[in-house]
Design a protein around this ligand. Structure first.
Ligand SMILES: [Fe+2]
Length: 388
């Protein structure tokens, strides 16, 4: 009997459905964050050149390695991990630390297949949309997949685990599992807690195209690689990733868009044939500075989650931050996105919780307008629970 799906579809059950940048040319930046203890594997992922870095963190344990929030196990990633295994022991555990972050979930089945001896851990109440599929159908090896907190915690003599959630999103759940690597003082988090950097992350040195694409003012401008353009493109990308449609952004009418398309030198896929549906009037830099001004001791809550998830679970977020702040020995934070490592202490986490308690929560206007309208639409459709 023929297989139900081609082998490639079984390996990557959802990849073909998603037009994800960089369309099969994925590169990985490997950095040693703490000598002999902690490594960052960064890749770019996104849609239509709104590419944001995504990070896997590799931890050295007494007996081997733990992969936190896996990235796609390309040949480049496998080679770098093989070198670490030679020095520090085998990959023992693969952790999916989120229930809602699809970008972190997609690489897990392939990573699990690459390390058949590793135990796989996932946060509780995993879900899929629009069709609810069991984890086994999504490619997870059920014989060696366990649920964090419900079925134990991996290496809990070396790691302190602290969960946020599960929080009810209506269509699914939000859950994030942070862990403190005691020997290095590193707090690993996924999506909720971030530190947006002003300068472009080094992973874009491998391919700055997304930065240069967004640094332009019109579609008929060539992609010019200068430090200033890289910075400009990065700051605009950070606004996209934070607010989906920043307040400063304007979308030109179609005739204007077509007028600037197909300019000489830009008739290639890298330039999207000159199609560039964005205008950034003066003032966008101020919006970026405002985004950074939400930080407290370099830490901040991801705006998308602040507006779409946490309005209904504000206390849970504050409790989580304060619980993290109680963990002994935190020296730095490593998140799955943006800057890492970032200096972090228990006092800084407590200060962030205090700041969030005292400032107004994500509003409906300004930069937050599109996120607020999505939230209100979901509420109207009954797809998310009402505010308490
Ligand atoms: Fe994420």
């Amino acid at each position: 009997m023929p297989p139900l799906a081609p082998a490639s579809a079984q390996r990557w059950p959802w990849w073909p459905l998603l037009p994800l940048y960089p369309y099969g040319r994925r590169r990985t930046l490997v950095r040693e964050l703490i000598a002999g203890q902690l490594w960052s594997f960064e890749q770019l992922q996104g849609v239509y050149y709104v590419a944001v870095p995504i990070r896997m963190t590799v931890l050295k344990l007494r007996e081997g390695l733990l992969l936190y929030a896996p990235v796609a196990p390309t040949a480049e990633v496998r080679r770098a991990l093989a070198q670490l295994e030679q020095q520090h022991g085998p990959v023992l555990s693969i952790v999916l630390p989120t229930s809602s972050g699809l970008e972190h979930k997609l690489p897990v089945p392939a990573m699990a297949r690459a390390y058949p001896g590793a135990q796989v851990w996932v946060t509780p109440r995993q879900w899929s949309f629009p069709v609810p599929l069991p984890l086994a159908w999504q490619g997870f090896p059920m014989g060696r997949t366990r649920v964090l907190f419900e079925q134990g915690l991996p290496h809990d003599d070396e790691l302190s685990w602290c969960g946020l959630g599960p929080l009810d999103l209506g269509v699914g759940t939000f859950m994030e599992a942070a862990c403190l690597h005691q020997s290095s003082g590193s707090l690993l988090v996924t999506d909720a807690l971030i530190s947006i950097e002003r300068e472009p992350p080094a992973v874009f040195d491998l391919d700055p195209t997304p930065l240069l694409f967004h640094a332009r003012e019109r579609g008929d401008e060539p992609l010019a690689d200068t430090p200033e353009n890289r910075r400009k493109g990065w700051q605009r990308l950070a606004l996209f990733a934070s607010y989906l449609r920043p307040q400063s952004l304007q979308v030109p009418p179609v005739p204007e868009l077509l007028n600037t398309a197909l300019a000489p030198g830009l008739r290639n896929p890298r330039s999207h044939f000159g199609l560039y549906p964005f205008r950034w009037p003066d003032g966008w830099q101020h919006e970026f500075e405002q985004l950074l001004s939400q930080r407290c001791c370099e830490l901040q809550i991801a705006p998308v989650l602040e507006r779409l998830v946490f309005p209904r679970c504000r206390q849970a977020l504050l409790d989580w931050l304060r619980a993290l702040g109680q963990l002994d020995g935190i020296e730095q934070m490593v998140a799955a996105h943006y800057a890492a490592p970032v200096a972090c202490t228990g006092a800084a986490l407590a200060a962030l919780a205090d700041q969030l308690s005292n400032r107004s929560w994500a509003p409906d206007g300004g930069s937050w307008e599109l996120l607020a309208s999505i939230d209100q639409r979901l509420l109207k459709l009954g797809l998310v629970p009402h505010n308490p």
